[in-house]
Ligand binder design. Structure first.
Ligand code: PLP
Length: 402
């Protein structure tokens, strides 16, 4: 055992020892290192749009700096931004909230971490359907609660059924996590599917944390439906969203949360003692994003849809790959178990980590192995990359598994 390891075991808390490092970041870092070494890497591991932040957003930030808007703001976010968020919920999601039901945080990540810290403690169970976004189980563990993973199938487009939900509920169940559109599968629950899940938990004192980060990136005639639309459980639903993905603003760190006033107050209290307000300049930029011309959102959505169509057809034509059609977000999540046990270029593929490592090290394509998302048979590919990069990646992957 190394000295570092001995010190970690001796001094770190159980809380932090039980957490895992973000796998998506690990692969991105490895790919970045190889790139820096001069290797020609095609990276499909990014969790962010490849587009720039829109100019009106940048200009609003510059104006904020020039106006000296560079000091502490109200801990929970400036009133102007809360108004813009209320209007966004009305316009895009048919949801009505009051300003005191909104808190702005440092990215969607902080809104969710605050929520789990406020709602969960030792002994509580949180139902997390898999494949899941990497941070859900770790945030639940950080709050000393227990994630209860429900495994979904490709045949069911990686969506949890009401029967699976019913079977996962125990007297300890405190929260159900829904993430639609999903990172990593791109699945979107239809209105009927959301209603069927809600029927199972209605009247049972179970909260729904609904992560709607990709709500504006959906394809065809698919429309996401928030569980907060259902009056019977509205007081039990917490909606998390942000400007990161819709407006290509991942580095600005603005997320927002809507829910019952008492819970928002609790998140406000946690935030006031940990980070204080989110960045003042970024809040002004977020106002411009949410209230400005929304044409760019549709343009980019349409571009993602073309890439989705290309990737779906291309990946399904590779022997050993089986892929569900993503209906939103910008990820595709093939089941690659068809190549497990086979040898390529002298490398045996035991699991998707082997597949990802082989693709990166030998063929210079960066993807993310599915075990980070609770799905060891899959690989996550992000199509937040130009069509020419995607074509190059597909040629390399096809060549890799010849
Ligand atoms: N929720 C999901 C499903 C995500 O994929 C992400 C980012 O990858 C987040 C939340 C966090 O977003 P932010 O960058 O605003 O913290």
């Amino acid at each position: 055992m190394s000295t570092t390891h001995i010190l970690e075991e001796k001094y770190l808390t159980r809380r932090v020892l039980s957490m895992q490092e973000s796998q998506t970041m690990r692969i991105s870092n490895l790919a970045a290192t190889m790139k820096a070494e001069g290797k020609d890497i095609v990276s499909l591991s990014a969790g962010e749009p490849d587009f720039p932040t829109p100019d009106n957003v940048n200009q609003a930030a510059i104006a904020a700096i020039n106006a000296g808007f560079t000091r502490y703001t109200t801990n929970s976010g400036i009133p102007e931004l809360k108004q813009a968020i209320l209007e966004k919920f009305r316009r895009d999601n048919e949801l009505e909230f009051q300003a005191n039901q909104i808190i702005v945080s440092n990215g969607g990540k902080q809104t969710l971490a605050n929520t789990f810290l406020a709602l969960c403690q030792e002994g509580d169970e949180v139902i997390v359907p898999a494949p899941y976004w990497v941070s859900f189980p770790e945030m639940v563990r950080l709050a000393s609660a227990t994630p209860v993973i429900v495994h979904t199938t490709l045949e069911n487009e990686y969506k949890m059924t009401p029967e699976q939900l019913e079977a996962a509920i125990t007297p300890k169940t405190k929260v159900l996590v829904l993430n639609s559109p999903s990172n990593p599968t791109g699945s979107v629950y239809s209105e009927d599917e959301v209603r069927a899940l809600v029927k199972v938990i209605e009247g049972r004192e179970i909260f729904v944390v609904s992560d709607e980060m990709y709500d504006m990136i959906v394809y065809g005639d698919v429309r996401p439906f928030s569980p907060a639309r259902i009056p019977a459980i509205k007081d039990w639903v917490i909606v998390s969203n942000g400007v990161s993905k819709t407006y290509a603003m991942t580095g600005w760190r603005i997320g927002y949360l809507a829910g019952p006033k008492w819970l928002i107050n609790a998140c406000d209290k946690i935030q006031s003692q940990t980070t204080s307000n989110p960045n003042a300049i970024a809040q002004k930029a977020a106002v411009a994003a949410l209230t400005g011309d929304q044409g760019i959102v549709e343009e980019r959505r349409a571009e993602f849809e073309k890439r989705r169509d290309y990737m779906y057809a291309a990946l399904n034509s590779i022997p050993g790959f089986k892929t569900a059609l993503p209906q939103g977000a910008f990820y595709i999540f093939p089941d690659v178990s068809g190549v497990f046990g086979k040898t390529f270029n002298g490398v045996v593929m035991k699991d998707s980590a082997d597949v990802a490592e082989y693709l990166l090290k030998v063929h210079h394509v960066a993807t993310v192995p599915g075990d980070a998302f609770g799905a060891p048979e899959n690989l996550r590919l992000s199509y937040a990359a130009s069509i020419s990069s995607l074509e190059e990646a597909i040629n390399r992957i096809r060549g890799a598994f010849k």
